[in-house]
Design a protein around this ligand. Structure first.
Ligand SMILES: [Fe+2]
Length: 273
């Protein structure tokens, strides 16, 4: 199925962007492939979470994990932090409903958004100012010159495709936001800002596990170290996370934090300077 769709419709040159806090600059190519991933797990009624991987090519390729959150509302599915699934994964996704929306919260993610746009005709929502560009080039790439154009730019006033959802933007380089779902005590869906890699998981290869541990990524309830360096958010905006009501965090990196999330992240957030 993927091959058919790609050969029929894939753009001849899509510069793949980066997943992760480290840079990647792939050569022009069609949609990135589906990398190894697990199964969709229902964490809350109608909220699904799947862990997969991204590969950073180079002389020593690094592979590490990332997550996609799927919110089902009626028959409509919204993908947050899109992660291309393999054929079996897409079949499981299709069994849940119809993919209608893709939401990009992290300026250093988004490489699979064009795939879902192409396959489902999904509407793609991004944080205002987001540009689809390779690696860390997003902040330097003029709007309109990215490799892909979204449908909607979001800010705090935007009516979002999920009932009870609100956007909390960090207004930082490359663009980054949290999506808060007003249910179950408050659920924050995060991009690179709030991470929870308490340990390396099965999607890490050895180089990534060594390098990312040294770089400070492998800590539970962590503020993304690469994001802090690359996106340079105002620390006051990050600390304002603690003013939000939330019990759970669904991060793009690491395990879901189910219950007591604000208190678990408090030390890392208050420790920022
Ligand atoms: Fe990331």
């Amino acid at each position: 199925m993927d091959r058919d769709i790609q050969s029929r419709k894939a753009p001849s040159e899509i510069v793949a962007t980066m997943c992760g806090d480290t840079t990647i600059c792939m050569p022009a190519r069609p949609f990135p492939p589906a990398y190894p991933h697990g199964s969709l797990r229902e964490l809350f009624p109608g909220i699904y979470f799947v862990t997969g991987s991204a590969v950073m090519p180079g002389p020593i390729p690094m592979r590490f994990s990332r997550n996609m959150t799927v919110v089902k509302q009626g028959d409509a599915l919204t993908l947050i932090g899109s992660l291309r699934l393999d054929d079996a994964g897409l079949a499981a996704l299709d069994a849940l409903g119809k993919v209608e929306h893709v939401v990009r919260l992290a300026g250093f993610h988004g490489m699979d958004d064009p795939f879902y746009k192409d396959r489902y005709g999904a509407k793609v929502w991004v944080v205002k100012g987001h540009v689809y560009a390779a690696g860390f080039d997003a902040p330097k790439t003029p709007r309109g010159q990215g490799y892909f154009e979204p449908d909607v730019e979001m800010d705090a006033t935007t009516e979002l495709p999920i009932e009870g959802a609100s956007l909390i933007s960090f207004e930082c380089t490359a663009g980054e936001a949290l999506l808060r779902l007003d249910r179950d005590g408050g659920i924050l869906v995060a991009g690179d800002s709030l991470q929870n890699w308490g340990t390396v998981d099965r999607y890490f290869n050895l180089p990534a596990s060594l390098v990312m541990r040294l770089m400070g990524f492998i800590k539970p309830h962590n503020v993304g170290p690469g994001w802090l360096r690359g996106a340079k958010p105002e620390i006051a905006r990050v600390k304002a996370i603690l003013d939000l009501d939330f019990e759970h965090v669904l991060p793009v990196h690491g395990e879901a934090v189910l219950g007591g999330a604000k208190e678990k992240y408090r030390p890392a957030i208050l420790g920022l300077s």
